[in-house]
Design a binder for this molecule. Structure first.
Ligand code: C2E
Ligand code: MG
Ligand code: MG
Ligand code: MG
Length: 293
């Protein structure tokens, strides 16, 4: 009896201690531990080709699978990771998991399937970035995947000779370079002049404004026009409604991402999606593409 009591007391003390330590850990320490424990996991949001009615790729989106709080969205921890150097181990951990996942389903992925990884400016500037990306690419069993580097810019990109060189090297090694959240934040036209960019992702805030009201699409129209004149391919993100889809179709935007099609899902659900018939609503303008509903 007494032994069990002592055991109970020591367990309770240990538990209280762990709780106490956790409480006193800085947010960065807590995040560091989460990365080490494998709590930062990749979710996948499909990107669809609205013209061909196919699923053409996925974007990898980080989630913190917290033991008590459930899934924590990236807005709550990516900025912290960017301020510390944790964005590097965080992204490396995601890359490793993505490779493991994609190698499991390699036989299911069509040739040219896109896998987009969000990378932060601070990470690109780190000394081993290019080597890490090349290692990432060589870890896939699938011979013909398109790895997309989505350059995000919550922090200003320092467009110098070095950055240009890095992105060029990646491009020469078969990477696709995308400029994320185009039209917001620090994204400036000068990027498009100096960097090799394969496509831009139109920020969802512009797509969200497509509604019945007149003039709601003026900025979107300008952004689309700009992209076309610069011969950049376009992915529209945040497509939520039929109305938005129709508008993008009318404007010949082929690549689409948004809740209208799929939300970001975990790996198990991605497998289900890949096994099922893609839920893609095809372009309204094109009578040759099969309708699926
Ligand atoms: P992002 O790269 O622009 O990713 C698109 C965001 O829009 C995702 O939010 C996605 O869940 C959300 N989204 C997609 N479709 C819709 C839609 O139809 N409606 C609405 N309202 N939202 C939609 P999420 O996953 O919360 O990620 C937010 C941002 O966090 C990402 O924006 C990206 O900038 C950043 N992020 C996520 N994962 C990573 C990562 O691994 N590394 C870095 N550096 N940044 C990341
Ligand atoms: Mg992105
Ligand atoms: Mg984006
Ligand atoms: Mg965005």
């Amino acid at each position: 009896g007494i032994l069990i009591f002592i055991l109970f007391i020591s367990c309770a003390t240990a538990f209280a201690l762990v709780k106490y330590l956790n409480k006193n850990a800085t947010p960065a320490e807590t995040l560091r531990r989460a990365i080490t424990n494998g709590e930062i996991v990749p979710f996948y949001q499909p990107v669809v080709n609205g013209r061909e009615g196919t699923l053409c790729g996925v974007e990898v989106l980080a989630r913190w699978k917290h033991p008590r709080s459930g899934y924590i969205p990236p807005a709550l921890f990516i900025p912290l990771a960017e301020k510390s150097d944790l964005i590097i181990p965080l992204t490396q951990s995601l890359m490793r998991q993505v490779v493991t996942h994609m190698n499991v389903i390699a036989h299911r992925l069509p040739e040219g399937f896109h896998i987009g990884i969000n990378v932060s400016a601070a990470h690109i500037a780190s000394p081993d970035f290019v080597a890490e990306c090349l290692k990432f690419k060589h870890s896939f069993n699938h011979p013909a995947l398109n790895l997309v580097i989505e350059v995000t810019e919550r922090e200003p990109l320092d467009v110098d000779e070095d950055l240009v060189q890095r992105l060029n090297t990646l491009h020469e090694n078969g990477f696709v370079i995308a400029l994320d959240d185009f039209g917001t934040g620090y994204s400036g036209l000068s990027y498009l002049q100096d960097l090799h960019i394969d496509y831009i992702k139109i920020d969802q805030s512009f797509v969200a404004r497509v509604n019945a009201e007149q003039d709601s699409t003026r900025i979107l129209d300008c952004v689309l026009d700009l992209a076309r004149k610069l011969s950049l391919s376009i992915v529209a993100e945040g497509v939520e409604t039929k109305e938005q889809l129709d508008y993008l179709n009318q404007n010949n935007i082929t690549f689409l991402q948004g809740y209208y099609f799929y939300k970001p899902v975990n790996f198990q659900d991605l497998i289900k999606i890949l096994l099922s018939k893609p839920k893609v609503k095809v372009a309204v303008n094109d009578p040759t593409t099969p309708k699926d509903d």
